[in-house]
Ligand binder design. Structure first.
Ligand SMILES: O=C(O)CCC(=O)C(=O)O
Ligand SMILES: [Fe+2]
Length: 227
């Protein structure tokens, strides 16, 4: 399942982010790629150790945690501290799959990557190319979202970022370890949750069948979640 979260950030918040990022310290993206990925990775990344990076990644996590669609579709157990990247002048990231398990920086914890995510920070009309191209069971999906919107996709997908041939493409990217490891199970829980919410609006939270379905949701979570 691919999930688009429209307008995680407002236009005003995007402007604040990009103004700060323009002043940031950018380094070669190869520093943080695994050995396979570094051979195909041509971009820049914000220096993670800067105060600016700390401030911006905390802001992304706050926005994600307050977003109902993100919480319901990702069912996050752990969120990798978001990073920031930039492509320009033909830079691209060739076909790769993200590492399956990553150490969480400044902690002794590991994170299993169930979902990968990109938060677009540049308006699509401001650059050429730069589509995030994801291989799915329904074919290749070319993703280029409005600034402020997020794509969440299964981390076991092969994907690439096409060359940026005009302007520059700035984004934040991160991974999620979900409470529910299976993409299929997580996707069914999401559908069930959406239906329960719609039925709650229609029938009210006190409706007996709404209560029964809510119970089914929680009992499936109890069976499938691990934390
Ligand atoms: O820039 C993007 O949208 C994705 C970056 C990516 O695939 C990665 O860093 O592993
Ligand atoms: Fe990737």
């Amino acid at each position: 399942m691919l999930t688009v979260i429209e307008d995680l950030l407002s236009k005003q918040e995007v402007a604040t982010f990009t103004q700060s990022l323009d002043k940031g310290q950018w380094i070669d993206g190869k520093h943080t790629a695994g050995s396979q990925a570094s051979k195909v990775k041509y971009n820049q990344q914000l220096d993670d150790s800067s105060a600016l990076a700390t401030e911006l990644r905390n802001a992304v996590i706050r926005k994600l945690s307050a977003n109902a669609l993100f919480m319901s579709s990702a069912l996050p157990n752990k969120i990798y501290p978001p990073k920031f990247n930039r492509y320009q002048g033909g830079e691209h990231y060739g076909l790769h799959v993200d590492s399956s398990v990553m150490p969480i920086p400044n902690s002794h914890q590991m994170l299993r990557t169930d979902l990968s995510a990109t938060l677009f920070l540049s308006e699509p009309s401001s650059y050429d190319g730069g589509e995030l191209s994801i291989e799915t069971q329904f074919g290749l999906q070319q993703i280029k979202l409005n600034a402020g919107s997020v794509i969440l996709y299964p981390a076991n997908s092969l994907h690439q970022v096409n060359p940026v041939t005009k302007g520059h493409r700035t984004a934040s990217f991160f991974w999620v370890e979900s409470l529910v490891r299976s993409n299929d199970q997580r996707s069914m829980l999401f559908d069930l949750d959406q239906s329960i919410q719609a039925l709650t609006v229609e029938l009210g939270g006190n409706d007996a069948e709404v209560k029964r379905l809510t119970g089914v949701y929680h009992n499936l979570m109890r069976s499938w979640a691990s934390c």
